[in-house]
Design a protein around this ligand. Structure first.
Ligand code: NDP
Length: 247
């Protein structure tokens, strides 16, 4: 499918997988709305994409706020007339044992990883429905397929993303011609571990990173492009992508 000239909104575009995805989409001629809270990071990426002859706009967005997501979507539509792609990528993974009762961190994970996906989806859906086309990518995780100790709440949020993706696809594919792809990466090099406040889990994650070659954000971006470039009749519903050494 020809994707040049399409318009995409990428949440969590200020680092890691989101930034890599924004770069790859822009290199394919897609106009990219970069949504995240750290505006300076987004502006640096806009400049980098422009220097490579791509087009991007910085959209300071907090995905936990439905109004903020709506403004991001409306700004894209006002400038470029449409939204073809949403990459629901923003997420947090502050690991800890349940009996540490880091309730604030649980709440932040639910707000960003689950409510954030719902808010951004609600923000773009009216436009995609009016176009009778679109493609929504939801970033779940290997942690959405199986549970790991210390990741209990994170796993619950990523299982929720997988369940939501299934239902969303069933509802809006047949009725509105909108594709939904759930992505479940294994370990990817990024800033995700910086959110971990529990010293033991931070050490465990650093040890894990030292034990194998992680995926790069670009690898996940490539899987997004694969699904996006598939013929319109074809919906790649799930992508489970692991480092070879993760098994
Ligand atoms: P990073 O920490 O590098 O990126 C997380 C992104 O989420 C940042 O751009 C951050 O931007 C954004 N974000 C956090 N909170 C908000 C918010 N309230 N509103 C808007 N944006 C927000 O990690 P990754 O790139 O690894 O993570 C991207 C996604 O991939 C996450 O959903 C993660 O769960 C998932 N994932 C990651 C894996 C990995 O091994 N790295 C494996 C499987 C899934 P800012 O702070 O500027 O708002």
């Amino acid at each position: 499918m020809d994707i040049k000239g399409k318009v995409a909104l990428v949440t969590g575009a200020s680092s890691g997988i989101g930034a890599a995805t924004a770069r790859k989409l822009a290199a394919e001629g897609i106009i990219v709305g970069l949504a995240a809270r750290r505006k300076e990071r987004l502006e640096t990426l806009v400049a980098e994409i422009a220097a490579a002859d791509g087009q991007a706009v910085a959209l300071e967005t907090d995905v936990t706020d439905p109004a903020s997501c709506k403004i991001a979507a409306e700004t894209l539509v006002a400038h470029f007339g449409r939204i073809d792609v949403l990459v629901n990528n923003a997420g947090l993974m502050p690991l800890s044992d349940i009996d540490s009762l880091k309730v604030d961190e649980w709440q932040r994970m639910v707000n960003v990883n689950v409510s954030g996906v719902l808010n951004a989806t609600a923000a773009v859906l009216p436009q995609m429905i009016s176009q009778h086309s679109g493609h929504i990518f939801n970033m779940s995780s290997i942690a959405g397929r199986k549970v790991f100790t210390g990741l209990t709440v994170y796993c619950a949020t990523k299982a929720a993303v997988a369940a939501f993706s299934d239902g969303l696809r069933m509802e809006i594919g047949p009725k509105h011609n909108i594709r939904v792809t759930c992505i479940q990466p294994g370990a990817v090099k990024s800033e995700l571990y910086e959110q971990i406040t529990d010293a033991n889990y931070r050490q465990q994650m650093d040890d894990l990173a030292a034990s194998m070659t992680y995926l790069e954000g670009e690898d996940i971006a490539d899987t997004i492009l694969f699904a996006l470039k598939s013929p319109e009749r074809m919906n790649v519903a799930e992508l489970f992508v692991l480092p070879t050494e993760q098994g």
